[in-house]
Design a protein around this ligand. Structure first.
Ligand SMILES: NC(=O)c1ccc[n+]([C@@H]2O[C@H](COP(=O)([O-])OP(=O)(O)OC[C@H]3O[C@@H](n4cnc5c(N)ncnc54)[C@H](OP(=O)(O)O)[C@@H]3O)[C@@H](O)[C@H]2O)c1
Length: 290
């Protein structure tokens, strides 16, 4: 898969390619010579993907895959094997955001984040692994810097991304024994429709936030200011996805920007948890980090 110049790059299946990082990664990988099976849960929403592919002059094999539906996963993986006889890489990109805190969310909302970000990603990985083993291929998962360091009012998102990352970190040495390389990409903020797609009415949640109201309001005001200068485009993240797909020896954990590198480094050095928690408290209105 090292040669970016031709079809020798192999067959890669990507999830969540209707928009954002998935769309950009599908187009970038096809442009680099991969045969890209670009999957999305609703084929009726493939217009942006098809337009981007056509503008880039690349071909994509667009197929349906809902990562929360095991029959859909098994069916699509079987179709790929029938069509190409091999699978060289998977990019687990599909994901959903969340906003709120424990007392403002239902268990259904909390489970929904895990259903996509954790169980969906792991189910795709499980279905693909025999074929990645056969090709001595690789697994690339779009995690998040926020799956490394927990963020206030983002508990289900951070926890589901964090659980996925630790699962894959546990799997990585085992997979390496059977020839499969495992990597997690850790973007910071990205200018996709990800945040807008979160199915939460923020004004209504804020109005009903009770004791959490002042902290939630501060959080909603602080975060856009904090990330404004750090936002990457989906194309910038897609370039990193492509690097990891083609790197002969990719690292397990890959940050996509100086922001995400600092963010992750801060967490990994914070052995007692004091820095992450006290810094986040200042965003919520505490006057200084304790
Ligand atoms: N945007 C950020 O700031 C940011 C930061 C760090 C990490 N990330 C991660 O980057 C990845 C891509 O996000 P993005 O920023 O590109 O946002 P996005 O444009 O909203 O893309 C998310 C994709 O996931 C798909 N998806 C959701 N549920 C699915 C399911 N059950 N089955 C299959 N596909 C499903 C969506 O499909 P539909 O169109 O059908 O909803 C969409 O294509 C996510 O894993 C996210 O956690 C994003």
């Amino acid at each position: 898969m090292k040669d970016k110049a031709g079809p020798a790059c192999g067959v890669v299946l990507m999830t969540g390619t209707s928009s954002g990082i998935g769309l950009a990664s599908a187009v970038a990988a096809a442009g680099a010579g991969f045969t890209v099976v670009a999957t999305l849960r609703d084929p009726g929403r493939a217009d942006a993907l098809r337009t981007a592919a056509s503008e880039a002059g690349v071909e994509l094999d667009v197929r349906r895959l809902d990562i929360t539906d095991e029959a859909s996963i098994a069916g699509t993986v079987a179709e790929v094997l029938a069509a190409y006889g091999r699978l060289d890489a998977v990019v687990n990109n599909a994901g959903v955001g969340s906003v709120g805190t424990l007392e403002l969310l239902s268990m259904e909302q909390i489970r929904a984040a895990f259903e996509v970000n954790f169980f969906g990603t792991i189910a795709v990985t499980q279905a693909a692994l025999p074929h990645l083993r056969a090709s001595r291929g690789r697994l690339v998962t779009v995690g998040s810097a926020y799956g490394v360091a927990g963020q206030p009012f983002n508990e289900p998102y951070c926890a589901s991304k964090g659980a996925t990352e630790v699962y894959l970190e546990s799997l990585a040495p085992v997979a390496a024994e059977v020839g499969v390389r495992v990597s997690v990409i850790e973007p910071g903020p990205v200018s996709s429709s990800f945040v807008a797609n979160i199915p939460v009415d923020r004004p209504a949640m804020l109005a009903g936030a009770g004791d959490y109201g002042p902290a939630f309001r501060n959080y909603l005001q602080h975060v856009p200011r904090m990330i404004a200068s750090a936002v990457q485009t989906p194309q910038e993240v897609a370039a990193i996805v492509l690097d990891v797909l083609t790197d002969p020896a990719p690292p397990f954990r890959v940050q996509t920007s100086p922001f995400s590198e600092d963010f992750v480094a801060g967490k990994l050095a914070d052995t007692d948890g004091a820095a992450v928690v006290s810094t986040a408290r200042t965003w919520l209105g505490a006057t200084h980090a304790e």
